[in-house]
Every structure is written in structure tokens, then in C-alpha cells.
Design a protein around this ligand. Structure first.
Ligand SMILES: *[C@@H]1O[C@H](CO)[C@@H](O)[C@H](O)[C@H]1NC(C)=O
Ligand SMILES: *[C@@H]1O[C@H](CO)[C@@H](O)[C@H](O)[C@H]1NC(C)=O
Ligand SMILES: *[C@@H]1O[C@H](CO)[C@@H](O)[C@H](O)[C@H]1NC(C)=O
Ligand SMILES: *[C@@H]1O[C@H](CO)[C@@H](O)[C@H](O)[C@H]1NC(C)=O
Ligand SMILES: *[C@@H]1O[C@H](CO)[C@@H](O)[C@H](O)[C@H]1NC(C)=O
Ligand SMILES: *[C@@H]1O[C@H](CO)[C@@H](O)[C@H](O)[C@H]1NC(C)=O
Length: 401
């Protein structure tokens, strides 16, 4: 075994010399190695999806046919996309699609691969209520524009007849960093005509509002400040002591909890004809896919697709890094991963998207396995896409040796 890995190492060094000599843009094979000399594939982006993603890449490594190093830095969706475009990282994760105007000016064809459905909710630290608070785009928008400043405001009381609302000031908190969560939230708030602050990853918030870094910052603020309100990814907020999840009003007028997204949420059925997606992953039209304006009764309105972004031509990543990246993308669509998403508070993808994505991943170009390699030192497949569960069957043939 040791001899085989020594040969792999030699081969990799040889290969990197080859790659270096062909004057490539961006990182080369030699740099794409971890400190312990394993093939390295690096990603960055969304903080909301960081926990589920780290579990996905740990499982991918565990089911692999050879050791590799998969990394992920949670730097926010906006920064993650930038890191992909300037090739500082191999892939990005984002809570929101690449804006069409940006997509259309990209130098290299880039895939927008959805891998999960997210739910973002208004979260608050008002104790003593025995039912979740109902909130609407107009009321939450009023709070975040500081036109509604007290918990016993008539607009809040009107949609919460059962709550003994407090006679107290509201302490609103928002994200200061460039955030996919802020974009999802403001897309929802902008459905109400009273919202004046626009929609996007960064907002010029009014001075009356506390601004903090990251979802961690929001949850920490709610943990220490009573009668506060902010927004956070469902899975991150759920179970935090002293943090409660609001029911949000959808376009049909119903108040819905984010748990709806993981409990029997069939996007195809819930959205019906309102759910239109592009026929290719290499398309700026993903920016038009909306999960927030459906008039179906069960829709949770602050919901979106989580995306993995990779370049379509991965040749410059070298072998096996390009192949690992492609197989990682395929792995996210596997039944094993999709079925477990709900234990991480994300919804599974509708079959419609899985089929489009699987077909399009066939067009991803990777550097071929060197013909001189034998099965012992360079496998044909690195990630075991069809056997994604490490504990499911320990006697399986394609285990890591
Ligand atoms: C929220 O709205 C629903 C539906 O109108 C209602 O049944 C529920 O009691 C309301 N919640 C509160 C706290 O009043
Ligand atoms: C979702 O609904 C569609 C349309 O009714 C159906 O074809 C599909 O099998 C359903 N998916 C799941 C996971 O239940
Ligand atoms: C997105 O939707 C808008 C408005 O419906 C439309 O004008 C535009 O062409 C769409 N963009 C793409 C890339 O499909
Ligand atoms: C893919 O990229 C490589 C170099 O990075 C280039 O030589 C090759 O022509 C590209 N292939 C296609 C089909 O564009
Ligand atoms: C990774 O595998 C473990 C063990 O089977 C499972 O509990 C976990 O949910 C998996 N994670 C994902 C994201 O599929
Ligand atoms: C585990 O894999 C072996 C060999 O492929 C197979 O015979 C067995 O039925 C599998 N067990 C389970 C629980 O899937």
C-alpha cells in the first residue's frame, strides 16, 4: 500500500510539472495539494449551509476510493462567489443565484447547481408567548424600517389575536456583512409596497437598528437581549435557547412555520405551475427562480435554493482535482444525501431539478486519468456517488482501503 502511494506521489509531481509547463491561469496541480500531500479541493461561501455542507464533504471523503482533502470556508455567499470568479477557490456555495447581470459577464462558463431547499425565518427573543408570533412582510418590514417600534403596535396585535403582546420596545438586529440570508429576506419584504430599502445581499439599514456579523452574531444578540428580533436560517435558529421562530404570512395569506419546508414539502406539488426552472445549469435565468411568491396555501414564503457553483471546464484543476469536484457535485444529488437533508433542516430537491442537474453534469469537462496509472494508485472514481452512506453497509466493495 505504501509503495502504491509513493508511486501516486511521484506521478502527481510529474503531472504537476507537466501542468506548470502549459502556462495555466489560476492554481495549478502542485498548489492543489493539502499539507499532507493529498489532492485538495477547496470551497467557500454560505454560512447558512456550512454545517450541512461540512457533513456532506465528510461523508464524501468517507465513502471515497482514495484519501483526499475537501475543505470549506464559511465566508458568506457574496464573498464565496467572488472567490470562485477569481479562482482563489475551486467552488462556491450560495444561498442565492448569481445575479443575471454578473452571470452574463463571467469569463468562464459556470454551473449553478441547486442541491437543497432552504428556509429562512424571522427569529425573536420575546418570552412568555404560548404560540409562535405571526408576522407579515408589511409588519416585519415596518419593524426593520423603524416605523413599528413597540411590540404592542396595533399592526402586530391585529395578526396575533391570541398573543399577550408586550408593552415594550422592539430591539431589531440585522446582518452587516454581504449575506444571502439578507437577500432572501429582502426579496420577501419587497413583496410589500411599504418596503423602501430595496433587495440584495447588503442593505443601507436605518440607524435605529443593531447591525452584527453573521448568523452567529444575530443569534448571540437574541441570546443576550430580550424583546429582540432578527432573521436566521431555520436549522441554525432551531433549538437555540431563548430563540423563537415566527410564522410568516405567504402570498395566499396563511401563516406558515419553516418546518413546513422539511415536512412533506414537495416543491413540485406545493408550487405547481408557479415553479418554473431553467433547462440548463449554465444559465443566468436561475436568478428568476422564485420560491417566495407562490399563492399555494402551504408555501413557506422565505425559502430558496442552495447552490454549488463550479466552472464547466475543470481541465485546469488537473487530475484528480477536477474529477473530484465533478463527483462531489454528483454526490450532492444522490439519493443518500437528498434523503438526509431534512435532518439538517433543509428540504430535498424536486425530481425536476435533479434530472436537469444530472444531465448537465455530463457536460462538465475534466482532465483524464493518466493512462500510465493503474487502479491501485489512481482510481477511476474518487467519490462513491452511488454508495454515499458511510454506515449503511460496512461490507461494501468500494470502501476506502
Ligand atoms: C396566527 O394566525 C393564525 C391564523 O389566523 C391564528 O390561528 C393564530 O392564533 C395566530 N397566532 C396568534 C399568536 O395570535
Ligand atoms: C412530488 O409531486 C410530484 C407531482 O405530483 C410527483 O411526481 C413526485 O413523485 C413527488 N415527489 C416526492 C418526493 O414525493
Ligand atoms: C427573468 O425574468 C424577467 C421578467 O420576467 C425577464 O424579462 C428576463 O428575461 C428573465 N431573465 C432570464 C435570464 O430568463
Ligand atoms: C478546457 O480548458 C482547457 C485549459 O484550461 C483548454 O485547453 C480546453 O480547450 C478547454 N476545453 C474546452 C472544450 O473549452
Ligand atoms: C452523513 O452520514 C451520516 C451517517 O450516515 C448521517 O448521519 C448524516 O446525516 C450524513 N450527512 C449528510 C449531509 O448527508
Ligand atoms: C451489504 O452489501 C453486501 C454485499 O454487497 C450485500 O450482500 C448485503 O445485502 C448488504 N447489506 C445491506 C444491509 O444493504
Amino acid at each position: 500500500m505504501a509503495a502504491a502511494w509513493a508511486r501516486l506521489l511521484e506521478l502527481a509531481v510529474l503531472l504537476s510539472a507537466l501542468v506548470l509547463s502549459t502556462a495555466l491561469v489560476g492554481r495549478d496541480l502542485l498548489q492543489s495539494k493539502s499539507a499532507n500531500n493529498l489532492p485538495l479541493v477547496q470551497g467557500s461561501g454560505s454560512t447558512a449551509a456550512a454545517a450541512v455542507w461540512r457533513s456532506i464533504i465528510a461523508n464524501a471523503s468517507a465513502t471515497g476510493n482514495a484519501p483526499m482533502s475537501l475543505t470549506y470556508d464559511a465566508v458568506g455567499s457574496g464573498q464565496g462567489q467572488k472567490n470562485l470568479f477569481n479562482r482563489a477557490y475551486d467552488y462556491a456555495l450560495s444561498d442565492v443565484p448569481i445575479p443575471t447581470s454578473v452571470f452574463n459577464t463571467l469569463e468562464r462558463k459556470t454551473l449553478q447547481l441547486p442541491f437543497a431547499i432552504s428556509a429562512l425565518d424571522a427569529v425573536y427573543s420575546v418570552s412568555g408567548l404560548d404560540q409562535p408570533l405571526n408576522l407579515s412582510a408589511s409588519v416585519l418590514g415596518g419593524i426593520l424600517q423603524c416605523t413599528i417600534t413597540r411590540w404592542d403596535d396595533p399592526a402586530i396585535r391585529a395578526i396575533n389575536p391570541q398573543a399577550r403582546v408586550l408593552s415594550a420596545d422592539i430591539n431589531p438586529v440585522v446582518r452587516v456583512d454581504s449575506s444571502g440570508s439578507t437577500e432572501l429576506l429582502t426579496n420577501y419584504l419587497a413583496t410589500d409596497p411599504s418596503w423602501q430599502l430595496g433587495a440584495g445581499k447588503s442593505i443601507a439599514w436605518p440607524k435605529c437598528i443593531k447591525q452584527v456579523q453573521g448568523t452567529d452574531g444575530i443569534l448571540a444578540y437574541l441570546g443576550s437581549q430580550k424583546n429582540a428580533i432578527g432573521y436566521a436560517e431555520y436549522g441554525l435558529a432551531k433549538g437555540q435557547p431563548g430563540v423563537f421562530l415566527a410564522s410568516m404570512q405567504n402570498a395566499a395569506g396563511h401563516f406558515v412555520q419553516p418546518s413546513e419546508v422539511i415536512n412533506n414539502y414537495n416543491v413540485t406539488e406545493v408550487f405547481g405551475d408557479d415553479f418554473v426552472v431553467p433547462t440548463s445549469l449554465v444559465s443566468g435565468a436561475w436568478a428568476n427562480v422564485s420560491l417566495s411568491q407562490s399563492k399555494q396555501p402551504k408555501v413557506f414564503p422565505i425559502s430558496g435554493l442552495e447552490y454549488m457553483n463550479i466552472e464547466q471546464n475543470l481541465t485546469s484543476k488537473g487530475y484528480p482535482q477536477g474529477l473530484i469536484l465533478k463527483e462531489l457535485a454528483e454526490y450532492t444529488l444522490s439519493h443518500g444525501v437528498q434523503k438526509l437533508l431534512k435532518s439538517w433542516y433543509f428540504g430535498a430537491l424536486p425530481a425536476k431539478i435533479v434530472n436537469i442537474a444530472k444531465a448537465d453534469l455530463q457536460n462538465v469537462i475534466v482532465m483524464k486519468r493518466p493512462s500510465s496509472a493503474d487502479a491501485d494508485n489512481l482510481p477511476t472514481h474518487w467519490i462513491n456517488v452511488y454508495q454515499p452512506l458511510p454506515d449503511a453497509n460496512s461490507s461494501s466493495v468500494n470502501r476506502r482501503r
